[in-house]
Design a protein around this ligand. Structure first.
Ligand SMILES: CC(=O)N[C@H]1[C@@H](OP(=O)(O)OP(=O)(O)OC[C@H]2O[C@@H](n3ccc(=O)[nH]c3=O)[C@H](O)[C@@H]2O)O[C@H](CO)[C@H](O)[C@@H]1O
Ligand SMILES: [Mn+2]
Length: 315
């Protein structure tokens, strides 16, 4: 058993075969010029590191030029998943068009669209090295199920098409648009986004699942941050483990007749409490259009559009 685990470790980190190692070894291209970093001056209005020493990404904490240089040299590939089931297909055009303008511009990007309406997927002109694949999925008469089943479909997508082929994956809500850069600064092993609705609240107020009978349970004195179900990602191996775990816990809960308060978002929050994200993205990476901008938000990169739930959800 011990030997097997060792082999798995080596196969994950051997640099010639698996790109995972690149996350640990950052090579700056020759001739790179960027502003001198300071060790005493920087953002002081926000916290940019977690208690487990993962970076929290805010505007003003990174050099986009440097990061693009490092990761372009590695020729990384990034997958993204987006689900547009039922009437949510109406959000897809803006999502894809704005992703072309802001999401990993200059990198190899492959967006997987999951929908029950493949004929209604809009034609969006994609740049060089960027493509969209449409995959049919069944509809459902419960939005909770559509949202939660994403974990199962992400798990399968990684197993069937991405593992050992693609470096990173991000899983995103479709009812949103990009407004600013979302790029290499967001890369990491396991990446989570702080939910814009609760980031100044006491942890006891977070909308975690509070029933101890659920596998998504988080006790009132526990929890670091409240993370979004609408955006998460990282290395495909890490996201595979996350999706597989959340799917199993969601399904096992269902067998016991319990559905967590915020479906897969609750399970994701439980997962991130135990498995600390190696990079945390600030609420710049998933804002909500109805929320007034806060002073610490210098740029909104991705934001949920205002929608009429009653008009677009199946239940
Ligand atoms: C910003 C954010 O973190 N949003 C999360 C939040 O509410 P939201 O209100 O943002 O959930 P939502 O209605 O956007 O549903 C989540 C996603 O599921 C897909 N979808 C949903 C319904 C439908 O009929 N068709 C369809 O395609 C679509 O990709 C949508 O973006 O809580 C949900 C859990 O319940 C999810 O965790 C969402 O990701
Ligand atoms: Mn949403």
């Amino acid at each position: 058993m011990k030997i097997r685990r060792c082999l798995v470790f080596f196969s994950l980190y051997r640099c010639d075969e698996n790109p995972a190692v690149y996350d640990l070894h950052l090579v700056s291209p020759d001739g790179m010029t960027y502003s001198q970093p300071s060790i005493v001056n920087g953002r002081t209005d926000v916290v940019s590191v977690t208690p487990w020493l993962a970076p929290v990404v805010w505007e003003g904490t990174f050099s986009a030029t440097l990061l693009d240089g490092i990761y372009q040299r590695q020729n990384i590939s990034v997958a993204a998943t987006v689900f547009a089931v039922g009437k949510y297909i109406m959000f897809l055009k803006d999502f894809l068009e704005t992703a072309e303008q802001h999401f990993f511009v200059g990198f190899r990007v492959h967006i997987y669209v999951f929908t029950d309406r493949p004929n209604e997927v809009p034609e969006v002109k994609m740049g060089a090295g960027r493509e969209v694949t449409v995959q049919s999925v069944p509809s459902s008469n419960r939005w909770q199920e559509i949202s939660a089943r994403r974990m199962e479909l992400i798990q399968k997508l990684i197993e069937e098409r991405l593992i050992n082929k693609v470096n990173y994956i991000f899983c995103l809500d479709v009812d949103s648009k990009f407004h600013g850069r979302w790029g290499a600064e967001s890369l990491g092993g396991l990446v989570s986004v702080i939910h814009p609705g609760y980031y100044k609240d006491d942890r006891s107020k977070f909308p975690y699942e509070r029933r101890p009978t659920s596998r998504a349970f988080v006790a009132p004195a526990d929890g670091d941050f409240y993370y979004c179900g609408g955006a998460f990602g990282g290395l495909v191996q890490e996201v595979h483990l996350l999706a597989k775990t959340c799917r199993k816990n969601f399904e096992d809960d269902a067998k016991d007749g319990i559905e967590a308060a915020w479906q897969e978002e609750s399970h994701l929050n439980r997962y991130m409490w135990i498995n600390k994200p190696s990079k945390v993205l600030s609420p710049e990476y998933l804002w909500q259009d109805f929320k007034p901008k806060e002073p610490e938000i210098k740029i909104i990169r991705f934001s949920g559009v205002i929608k009429n739930y009653a008009a677009i959800r199946p239940n």
